[in-house]
Design a protein around this ligand. Sequence first.
Ligand SMILES: [Zn+2]
Length: 250
Amino acid sequence: MRHDHHGRTHRLELDDQSLRQWTCAVLASDPEDGIVLDRSAFYPGGGGQPPDRGVLLWNGVQTRIVGVRPRDDLWLVPDPEDPLPPIGTPVRGAVDDERRTLLMRTHSGLHVLCGVVFRDYGVPVTGGNMEPGEARLDFDLPAVPPDFKETLTAALNAEVAADRAVEVRVLPREQAYRLGPIIRTATDLLPPDLEVVRLVDVVGLDLQADGGTHVASTRQIGRIEVVKVENKGKGFRRVRIRLPGNGQDQ
Ligand SMILES: [Zn+2]
């Protein structure tokens, strides 16, 4: 299995997270299963990041893409109201830029949160999830220090202001193993026939095996607000963050 393919689809977003439009061809088209493209930048979902939405433009009409079903192939889910492009049709694909860009900022914000909590409190992440502009991570944190929320908010925004580079590297699996136990655990969860590992490095702060999309440096995240810290049981703390001023405020 090649790391930049899923079934027959070349996943363009893995190598170019800023790509929003591309040309491609339809390999499969079915009212039940959906659409398979030869090349796609639609993030299929995974690692807590939801799938992209967007549109396929062809022959003067559009097919809105409302989700992705990763199976043997990457099946794009069309809006049932829209026409389906026949197999062989050349199409122009486009990812919903506003939503994806906000998800990239949110996802990158979670890396900063993960890195800061591990550095300052020495505890690992146990779970997480994100929507555009808001997200949560769970930590195995036995006690919450006084002023945790305020201290954490300041530390997160100091890392945003530091404008750390967020780099993507693809390494042979064995080489990635040597980077430490966290990477080793993550790579053990990957399919055994995958020989390379994609690493996302918030340089100097957080390094993870990761297939998601991220901004290029931490300043692009913008301000991070810690909304609340919930106590979900013994040693189980849920930290909720949001990126204010993103137009999705309620
Ligand atoms: Zn990530």
